[in-house]
Design a protein around this ligand. Structure first.
Ligand SMILES: Cc1ncc(C[n+]2csc(CCOP(=O)(O)OP(=O)(O)O)c2C)c(N)n1
Length: 272
């Protein structure tokens, strides 16, 4: 674990004690360690937010960029260095509010980036405003009477937009999460792992959900695997988090397809 951290420079971290983001970070480290990848071959890119702080603590090639633009920077990097393993770390607000268009277009292109979307149902860093994943009816500092918007289903959105590997795990099921992340990392095209986390400091407190441990217990009791979900009725599934791989398919990866275009152009082979 320590081999992957900038522990002499960047610690202590900004996360609240008990925050789920640390569990996601450990899951990513375990997945990378199992793959045996060189740290120099990995680029980890984030926007702004509590989730966006993760690459600051990791000893890879890292970029901590502007809010909502992790995938724009990651796309640029992947285009010039297609041989690198590019990982984008985003909060739900970063990925789906301000960064929503980048998310759907990166998925549409099937560019070989692994996106980890840490879903804590809220804008954590800026004080608990409601985000695109806040459940309908939940309280937030900007929804003191209850959020009336529908939450974005991250995995369904990613599949519809064209992502070729899409999975969801929770921080309670940490070992399962690192297996999902490992599969996403080795996938050739655009892969998305929704890591369902929690923010006990802003979302939990205002919604009276208890401590970090209570929120972890809630995840344990209210999530089911895809296989179990297939045997449940829509009523039984109400409010449950379904975990597992939702989508996996083959489609040409963007930088590989682009390299072919360059080859054709250099050879003077125009199609019209
Ligand atoms: C262009 C821009 N708009 C707004 C902000 C303020 N801001 C910083 S972090 C953040 C939201 C963070 O929420 P999320 O992406 O869900 O991450 P979390 O902190 O919950 O991990 C916002 C709105 C900013 N830094 N830049």
């Amino acid at each position: 674990m320590y081999r992957y951290l900038r522990r002499h420079k960047k610690f202590p971290n900004v996360w609240c004690p008990g925050c789920g983001i640390g569990i996601v970070m450990s899951a990513i480290i375990r997945a990378i360690d199992r793959l045996g990848w060189e740290k120099d071959d990995i680029a980890m890119i984030s926007g702004i937010g509590c989730s966006g702080r993760m690459p600051v603590y990791m000893d890879f090639n890292t970029m901590h960029t502007t809010h909502g633009r992790a995938l724009a920077f990651a796309t640029g990097l992947k285009m010039v260095k297609p041989e690198m393993h590019v990982i984008a770390i985003m909060g739900d607000g970063d990925a789906l509010a301000i960064g929503g268009n980048h998310f759907i277009h990166a998925a549409r292109r099937n560019i070989g980036i692994t996106s980890i979307v840490i879903n804590n149902s809220v804008y954590g860093m800026t004080g608990g405003q409601y985000s695109p994943t806040t459940p309908t009816g939940s309280l937030a500092t900007t929804a003191p009477y209850g959020n009336i918007d529908q939450p974005f289903p991250i995995c369904e959105l990613a599949i519809a937009a064209g992502a070729t590997f899409v999975a969801r795990g929770t921080v309670y099921h940490a070992v399962e999460l690192d297996r999902l992340i490992e599969k996403a990392l080795v996938h050739e095209g655009f892969s998305v792992v929704e890591a369902v986390s929690y923010c006990h400091t802003t979302f939990g407190r205002i919604n009276k959900l208890g401590t970090a441990v209570d929120m972890l217990r809630w995840q344990k009791e209210n999530s089911v695997t895809r296989e179990a979900a297939a045997k449940m009725t829509p009523e039984q599934l109400q409010g449950k988090i379904v975990r597992g791989i939702f989508h996996e398919r083959e489609f040409p990866e963007y930088t590989a397809a682009y390299a072919k275009i360059i080859e054709q152009a250099m050879a003077g082979q125009r199609r019209v």
